[in-house]
Design a protein around this ligand. Sequence first.
Ligand code: IMP
Length: 193
Amino acid sequence: MELVFCTNNQHKIQEVSAIMGPHFHFLKLKDVHFFDDIPEPFDTLEANAAIKANTVYFFCNKNCFAEDTGLFIEEINGEPGVFSARYAGEPVDSMKNIEKVLRKMDGIANRRAFFKTVITLVMPQGEWQFEGVCHGQISTEISGLDGFGYDPIFIPDGYDITFANMLPEIKNGISHRKKAFDAFADFLLKCKL
Ligand code: IMP
């Protein structure tokens, strides 16, 4: 079956390709001639994942999935949360986002945080959501070159290095995205889609 991955984020495409393996094929936005920005206007991951998938579904009339991810930090009321991409303003700049987090967390002992990914799948038969969470803590300094976004300051539980210091296959074996896409893959297999 054809499924369109509704994202312009090359890092997500790489990670999802690695997580789902070689037998899972998806179309990219350019394959369905969708060249607009995808809106993310809401204040929940669920609503943003849903509007991304539905926007492209109504454009191309093919089965679509989209994901929205946020980093939620306990001691600063769940920030940056659903606003993770633009936490330090426009244009999107991961290093500025990281610096803002580290400034806000300066001197704070409780560094508990989690990443959450929500996937929405839209097909003619209906709409489904899947989620994955990865708990950990915010490091006190930037470390590592791999990964993307907040990876240089997130240390997942059970490890003492950041996502950005891990081999991609280690991050992709334990991440929020891995858990969400495992649930997504289970659903596709059970439905024999
Ligand atoms: P969105 O899901 O495209 O809205 O991304 C939200 C923000 O979270 C972006 O700034 C990403 O860089 C960041 N982000 C998403 N997934 C990850 C991840 O796996 N690791 C680190 N940062 C991430």
